[in-house]
Design a protein around this ligand. Structure first.
Ligand code: CTP
Length: 504
């Protein structure tokens, strides 16, 4: 057992306050769980869990009285817990418990217990440490299961027989993988073997709680680690069978397709290295989800995955629903990126024309930059020359995007034909109708429907007016041509004499 004093690390005033209240009640009290783990690892952890031998609610009430009216006490009698707000920190109190669970339910049979009982029923050794806050032992670490050693060895291990720990609460199987991914730890072999044996028990856990763990895996620096562990443990079969189907390589007439699971993991990690946006990471995870169902072998073309992006985008919707992932803008975004993920590659495989680049930019809109991050990550070819060629072409496409955006910005400042000219041409007052003309005109130029010149702009505006049955008061094209001719011959524009020059 490790003996260690961490009093110097317990900086928040709340530890002394809680310790004093516990001493006054002659109670043992400890900081436990994630806060202790993170304190030792050096991670920031906001909320603090206290465990006391006796009633957590009574201790919280006493601490609340000592703090005064600033403390907001919330009591959860059903769970025997209480919460106190201390500044920005949330303090959670619970009495030490012995718990046992029945096999078919998550409702434990709870009895009062000692600190040791309480630590034994926790999920992992790294989460089963406590630090005393009573004055005479303040800062002493209680570490019955060598959590400290496991932090040093970077290992996730259960304090008890892992079959018992996981069967008490099967969500802990997801937590094992989530902590291994977040902290880049390994799962100890006995603990991992128990994951394999107990994987099917995950079915009694709600989708909501599973989703929370998956979100934490996705927000980790290298999310693929979690997905590989989920696959190897057998958990993925129960929570995400569509991903399991991506694994493996099929060979027909000596021709193999790539392992789409492995490819997806490479793409996911590249995207994660490039962006913290967790929904872009989901798009990376799901970009090829339509491949297994669209896979086909063709004697001439080999393996094809026709329309896998469209089918994939549809599958995203049902997967998000089933997995309790958000149904709003996040879903729309992921589904859109899955649908569009091949467009940049298709673009550079053909000649990179301005209008093709423009069409893609219009389609992707605000998500264009993210689409390019995904498209770049999707090039996982081992042929380095080929990879370099694609990436150089993407540089070219991105340069064109920048040109187009610069042009658009210019267009937003200055329309080739402005609102005043439209009013003059049709004898219209200032009205939404004028806005309709100018907006449609800008859009037509952006969409490359017409050229960015005054004559083309007037032709377009006249055509729009005809559709609406509005007559022009004069022929603007004729006038424009006259102005152009006059400008060319170097003569001054008679219709707009330059007032800065004195008349002769
Ligand atoms: N715990 C457990 N089994 C669970 C959930 C939690 O034994 N299924 C215990 C662990 O000791 C854990 C503590 O309760 O450290 C607090 O749980 P929680 O707040 O969910 O997790 P943290 O460990 O604090 O980590 P995180 O905040 O990253 O979820």
């Amino acid at each position: 057992m490790n003996t260690m004093n961490l009093s110097k690390k317990l900086k928040s005033k709340s530890f002394r306050l809680v310790g004093e209240a516990a001493d006054a009640m002659q109670r043992e009290c400890y900081v436990v769980g994630g806060y202790v783990r993170d304190l030792i690892i050096g991670r920031h952890s906001k909320d603090i869990d206290f465990v006391t031998v006796g009633s957590g609610i009574e201790l919280a009430t006493k601490v609340g009285e000592n703090i005064g009216p600033r403390a907001h006490l919330a009591v959860y009698r059903n769970y025997g817990t209480a919460q106190l707000h201390f500044g920005k920190t949330e303090l959670e109190f619970v009495g030490a418990r012995r718990e046992s669970y029945s096999r078919d339910s998550r409702n434990p049979i709870v009895e009062d217990g000692t600190l040791d009982d309480d630590l034994a029923r926790r999920d992992f050794t790294i989460n089963a440490m406590a630090i005393s806050v009573n004055a005479d032992t303040f800062g002493e670490l209680i570490d019955r299961y060598d959590g400290l050693g496991d932090i040093e060895r970077r290992i996730i291990r259960t304090p008890l027989d892992p079959d018992i720990t996981f069967s008490d609460d099967p969500l802990r199987m997801m937590r094992a993988i989530r902590f291994a991914t977040q902290l880049d730890f390994d799962i100890e072999p006995e603990t991992f073997a128990a994951l394999n044996r107990n994987a099917a028990r995950i079915e009694i856990i709600s989708g909501e709680r599973i989703k929370d763990e998956l979100m934490k895996i996705m927000a980790s620096p290298r999310p693929s680690k979690g997905w590989y562990l989920l696959l190897r443990s057998g958990l993925l079969d129960f929570i995400f069978p569509e991903l399991v189907r991506m694994k493996g390589v099929e060979v027909v007439h000596g021709r193999a397709h790539k392992d789409n699971f492995v490819h997806t993991m490479t793409v996911l990690d590249s995207v994660a290295a490039a962006s913290e946006n967790v929904w872009l990471r989901w798009a990376a995870l799901l970009h090829d989800i339509g491949k297994p169902v669209t896979k086909h072998f063709d004697d001439e073309r080999g393996w094809t995955f026709h329309n896998h992006n469209f089918i994939g985008a549809k599958m995203v919707k049902s997967i998000f629903r089933r997995m309790k992932l958000p149904q709003g803008s996040e879903l729309t975004y992921v589904s859109k990126l899955v649908e569009l993920h091949m467009r940049p590659i298709a673009l550079v495989e053909d000649e990179v024309t301005d209008s093709a680049v423009r069409r893609l930019a219009n389609y992707a809109e605000a998500d264009l930059e993210d689409l390019m991050v995904l498209a770049r990550a999707d090039i996982t070819s081992k042929d380095e020359a080929r990879k370099a060629r694609y990436l150089a072409n993407f540089d070219l496409v991105e340069e064109k995007f920048r040109d187009i955006f610069a042009k658009d910005a210019e267009l937003n400042r200055k329309n080739p034909v402005n609102g005043n000219e439209i009013m003059e041409l049709f004898g219209l007052p200032q009205s939404p109708e004028v806005g309709y003309f100018t907006k449609s005109l800008k859009q037509a130029i952006k969409d490359c429907e017409i050229e960015d010149t005054r004559i083309a702009a007037f032709e377009y505006v006249l055509a729009l007016a005809r559709e609406k049955g509005i007559e022009p008061l004069f022929d603007p094209i004729e006038r424009e041509k006259e102005v152009e001719a006059a400008a060319e011959s170097g003569a001054a524009d008679k219709s707009q004499p330059d007032k800065s020059q004195p008349d002769e």
